[in-house]
Write a protein that binds this ligand. Structure first.
Ligand code: TYM
Length: 341
């Protein structure tokens, strides 16, 4: 806990260890975690390893991905002296709350959830019950610490709405205000959506089979340049002040985050007056991305091998997180009458 921070609201967020962390994960979520740990007194940041089992079940890969995700958190600037960093599976209270929250979730609303509908369309994906109840487990992650703020990308908005629904149903049944209503959070104007480099307007996604559509934090300089050069764009605007097409919107979206504001403004002006040359913009963006991601990549590689340190971080974080989680579960059990003698 950060004793110097002034904001008493509780912050919770996590990422799934399903592979390499990409730029969308970083810009949409992790980047916000860092200043929040200074501003908010209690931040819980975890690795959602149970969630990853809904789609990925390779027992050899999981430990590698968990360690890499943890190393990524730390390389990006998470400070275990300020924030509580832990693994979801280290908190037995989460599956307990998940089970109880399942009584507050309706089958119909789970089936209507956009991410569920997308997942079950994925070729070869088994429609397991864990996929259907994914939002219930995510709600348990969040309300286990009675969170107020949840720094996430735009794609998690519907999951947050469902979290509020389940929490409110619990409050209503028990005639209490036991759970606060957690809200999505971003330091930007709204929750962020970094687009795929395929020009489709879809989000950059870990489940995209084509790795060229995403920039990963571990990509080397050459790969970054290659991916940006290959990013799909149109042939350029022909009418002044045209709206951005999805391909160029994806590049400007990234540029907004990694390039100097005057450079971005200059390219946007060139787009507006139809003088833009995408080749130059791509070279500039690749250079700025390389400078932006290089130091993070180096740190991930260094930390990923320091397994003793990683273990120490989650052991300490797990202890604190379990303490908070147990308080919540005790309260829930009592309010539901699970206390017989
Ligand atoms: P995951 O692992 O898919 O993504 C981690 C975070 O990255 C954000 N994100 C994006 N943001 C902007 N643009 C993108 N293209 C993009 N792609 C991903 C996600 O919004 C997320 O914030 N369900 C969560 C994991 C989770 C969780 C939680 C999060 C489990 N329990 C409790 C918060 C609170 C997920 O799938 O994240």
């Amino acid at each position: 806990m950060n004793q110097d921070a002034t904001n008493k609201e509780i912050v919770v967020s996590g990422i799934r260890p399903t592979g390499k962390v990409h730029l969308g994960n970083y810009l949409g979520a992790i980047k916000n975690f860092i200043p929040m740990q200074d501003e908010f007194d209690t931040c819980y940041y975890f690795i959602a390893d149970y969630h990853s089992l809904t789609t990925h079940n390779d027992a050899n890969e999981l430990p590698v991905h968990v360690k890499r995700s943890l190393a990524t958190y730390l390389a990006c600037g998470l400070n275990p002296d300020k924030a509580i960093v832990y693994l979801q599976s280290d908190l037995p209270q989460i599956p307990e709350l998940y089970l109880l929250l399942n009584m507050f979730a309706h089958k119909g609303e789970l089936e209507k959830c956009t991410t569920f509908k997308e997942k079950i369309r994925t070729p070869g994906q088994t429609v397991n019950a864990g996929l259907l109840t994914y939002p219930v487990l995510m709600a348990a992650d969040i309300i286990i610490h009675k969170a107020n703020k949840v720094p996430v990308g735009k794609d998690q908005q519907q999951h947050l709405e469902m979290t509020r629904t389940f929490a409110n149903r619990f409050n209503h049944l028990t005639e209490t205000t036991f759970f606060p209503e957690p809200q999505g959070f971003s330091y930007g104007e709204s929750l962020m959506k970094i687009l795929s480099l395929d020009g489709s307007g879809a989000k950059m996604s870990k489940s995209d089979a084509n790795e060229n559509n995403s920039i990963f934090l571990l990509d080397d300089d050459k790969t970054i340049t290659k991916k940006i050069k290959r990013a799909k764009t149109d042939t350029g605007p022909t009418e002044k002040n045209s709206p951005l097409t999805p391909g160029i919107e994806a590049l400007f979206g990234i540029m907004d985050c990694v390039s100097a504001p005057e450079i971005v403004a200059d390219y946007k002006k060139q787009y507006a007056d139809c003088t833009i040359k995408y080749g130059y913009l791509k070279l500039q963006l690749a250079e700025d991305l390389i400078n932006y991601l290089g130091p993070i990549r180096e740190k991930i590689i260094q930390l990923e091998n320091d397994t003793d340190y990683l273990a120490e971080v989650v052991e300490k974080g797990g202890e604190k997180a379990r303490e908070s989680a147990q308080k919540t579960v005790d309260g829930v059990r009592k309010l539901l009458g699970i206390q017989y003698f």
